[in-house]
Design a protein around this ligand. Structure first.
Ligand code: ADP
Ligand code: MG
Length: 692
């Protein structure tokens, strides 16, 4: 019934005749079983395994039901990942024979590809929808909201579930669809049931999967990357036709493995040209742009000659291919058993990424990727015993992450009682008070927990509260132009390029761009030099910095600049004068005074929580200053702080007096040093009677 609406000769969404390409895609689309499952419930949960068409098909079907374009409404589909929102929007625009950025668009942080009044289907990150809820708590522009990939349980999706549960009561015209790739949807059904006893309707999309044989390693291997490369090459040599998907943890690993596999495949070819087919290796990770990501959908290379061995495509991916991107044609999965996960350390209030074992649920999901087109095999690079020690599931984001931004958003939306908020899983008891305290120290919330004038502006900026604070106060230090650049540079993927075989050259180039006072100033220097060199990719290439990151930084900067103008944050520059560096460092200290470390012996110790840390070898600080602020905490062989800048202790006492109430601190080197600093200050700024 419904599908007939797709069959006319004119596209109902733009009244243009359908193209040939459209008809081809349509034929395949109708095969997807999802079409049997659409009904008119206000809230529904849809579960279907990865690749069943949840992300690409449900929003289209909803558009045909809602006809949002005729009512001035929009259908929203949220994604936990920025790259997924961008690439799926492109795919769906093609499927619907419409233009990306017109009828079908996307909205992610610092990149809005929508046209007001025209876009009626919008893919967006969950974080962006949460932002929109701050200024429009009823989400009145939307006719349907689809919270996609809800099984990932990101912090923003969880909070949106709570907010939308409420909005659907106020707005009977709003449809809400929650989709999940895993079967444990009982929790969602219960949460969205009309009372304790009823469950929200569930629709199961029948998968078309084939059996997957799982093969565990016989013994533990120390180096999973070498092991992975070897396994891929063994499959290439020994196993029948079919593409390979290898799971590793991060960009650098993925790039290195791709090189290793390509070299290995060429060697095999040289040894025996008739034994193996051609092989292409395609990397897949979040910081690729949408166009590069499209390459994973390319067909495998053709046979070299008729009757010769078939070509093979190897996709080397981070856990992004676990659920958010489905590549058809995969028959072999190689699973390293690890992923890079963000771990929040509430003691020092920072998040860090570390490589850790995946969960049993993830391992199962990864293996399932091999059975999409025909029976497949999954080679696990860990033993069965190791597998049994994996945790069942990853805890939801709300239990893992830092809640500072979320709490600021909730207060802005008008949530009165953060503890009583209807969380699907409540945060750990100490995290809410901690987030509230952080926002209070930053001056965003007053002692009653209400937003301050500063807090209102901070909430409007799509930045972490620390960065937002530094930016909002920077005009007082006459350097908002510079802080704007630094904040933008910190909002994009790492700008430094360091190829394994050119480390020396890369380090030399970096040293020549380094400002010894601090890495933040170095980032400023890189951006300014790039602009002065006409943003030439040649300049980036010669200096071992990423042109793509710089272009992204420029885009972020542009958007932030217009927000600054809108919210009356003055744009002033410290010029090139000698005071420039000092002012920039002081403005940064206003945001990052909770991420400060004091030099004690050869290491540093973080203030208040006394964690011993080391300055990351990539940092460019000249000599080791007594006090530093840092942007990141990384735990690898040791606890490191990264992106570090020298600061003066009197700034801490002056700008963050309530956090630096040193009279109440336990005795220690940091306290004694701050006491000495205070005693040397002119009396009117010290405030307290001196002691010690
Ligand atoms: P789900 O969200 O349920 O995991 P998707 O809607 O992402 O499923 O995918 C449905 C089908 O569309 C899959 O077979 C997938 O491989 C295919 N697909 C998705 N995006 C693209 C693309 N850009 N190019 C080619 N095929 C795609
Ligand atoms: Mg999906």
């Amino acid at each position: 019934m419904q599908t007939r609406r797709f069959d006319g000769t004119l596209n109902p969404f733009n009244n243009q005749p359908y193209s040939k390409q459209y008809r081809g895609i349509l034929r395949n689309r109708k095969e997807l079983p999802i079409y049997a499952h659409m009904t008119a419930n206000q809230i529904m949960i849809v579960v279907g395994e990865t690749g069943s068409g949840k992300t690409t098909q449900i929003p289209q079907l909803v558009c045909h039901l809602d006809v949002p374009h005729s009512r001035g409404k929009i259908v929203a589909c949220t994604q936990p990942r920025r790259i997924a929102a961008m690439s799926v929007a492109k795919r769906v625009a093609d499927e619907m024979d419409l233009t990306l950025g017109k009828e079908v668009g996307y909205s992610v942080r610092f990149d809005d590809m929508t046209e007001p009044g025209t876009t009626f289907l919008k893919y967006m990150t969950d974080g962006m929808l949460l932002r929109e809820a701050m200024s429009d708590p009823d989400l009145s522009r939307y006719s349907t909201v689809i919270l996609d990939e809800a099984h990932e349980r990101t912090l923003a999706t969880d909070i949106l579930m709570g907010l939308l549960k409420d909005v659907t009561k106020r707005r009977p015209d709003l449809r809400l669809i929650i989709t999940s790739a895993t079967l444990d949807t009982h929790k969602f059904q219960q949460y969205f049931g009309t009372d304790e006893h009823s469950l929200a309707p569930l629709f199961v999309i029948q998968g078309r999967t084939h059996p997957v044989e799982v093969i565990h390693a016989q013994e533990q291997e120390p180096d999973y990357i070498t092991d992975a490369i070897r396994t891929v090459l063994r499959i290439h040599r020994m196993e029948g036709e079919g593409d390979i998907l290898l799971f590793l943890t991060g960009q650098e690993e993925v790039d290195n493995a791709c090189k290793g596999i390509m070299t290995g495949a060429q060697d095999l070819l040289k040894q025996n040209p008739s034994a193996v087919g051609p092989l292409v290796c395609i990397p897949l990770y979040a910081s690729l742009d949408a166009e590069q990501q499209e390459r994973v959908f390319d067909p495998p290379p053709p046979r070299r000659n008729p009757g010769g061995p078939a070509g093979r495509k190897v996709v080397v991916s981070t856990n992004i291919a676990e659920t958010s991107t489905t590549v058809d044609g995969i028959v072999y999965v190689v699973d390293s058993g690890v992923s890079k996960q963000s771990v929040y350390n509430p003691r020092i209030r920072v998040e860090s990424l570390s490589v850790s074992p995946i969960s049993k649920a993830s391992a199962k999901q990864r293996a399932g990727r091999a059975g999409r087109t025909k029976p497949g095999k999954c080679f696990r690079l860990y033993t069965e015993k190791e597998f049994k020690a994996f945790k069942d599931q990853d805890p939801p984001g709300i239990l893992r992450g830092n809640l500072d931004s979320t709490v600021l958003a909730l207060v802005k939306i008008g949530t009165r009682d953060l503890v009583q908020f209807d969380y699907i899983d409540s945060p750990a008891p100490e995290t809410l008070p901690r987030a509230l305290a952080t926002l209070n120290y930053l001056g965003a919330l007053d002692n009653e927990g209400d937003l301050t004038v500063l807090g209102i502006t901070m909430a409007e900026l799509p930045l972490d509260p620390q960065l937002a604070k530094a930016l909002v106060v920077s005009p007082e230090f006459g350097c908002s132009v510079e802080i704007l650049t630094i904040v933008s540079m910190l909002s994009v993927p790492n700008v430094w390029v360091r190829p394994t075989n050119q480390r020396l050259e890369a380090d030399r180039a970096r040293a020549s761009l380094t400002i010894p006072d601090g890495d933040h100033l170095t980032l400023l220097n890189v951006y300014d030099k790039w602009v002065r060199n006409s943003r030439r990719s040649n300049w980036s290439w010669n200096n071992y910095v990423s042109q793509r990151s710089l272009l992204e930084a420029e885009q972020a900067r542009c958007q932030l600049e217009s927000l600054m103008i809108r919210f009356d944050i003055e744009l002033v520059s410290a010029g090139k004068g000698p005071g420039l560096h000092k002012r920039v460092r002081e403005a940064l200290a206003c945001g990052f005074f909770m991420q400060v470390a004091h030099k004690e012996g050869r290491a540093y110790v973080t203030v208040k929580d006394n964690q011993k840390v080391f300055i990351h070898p990539s940092c460019g600080l000249g000599d080791k200053p007594e006090w530093v602020l840092f942007n990141e905490f990384v735990l690898t062989s040791r606890p490191f702080i990264r992106t570090v800048t020298a600061i003066d202790p009197e700034w801490l006492l002056g700008e963050a007096a309530s956090y630096y109430d040193i009279d109440n601190w336990k005795d220690g080197e940091a306290k004694r040093s701050l006491m000495r600093t205070r005693n040397q200050l002119p009396t009117q700024t010290s405030g307290h009677s001196s002691e010690g």
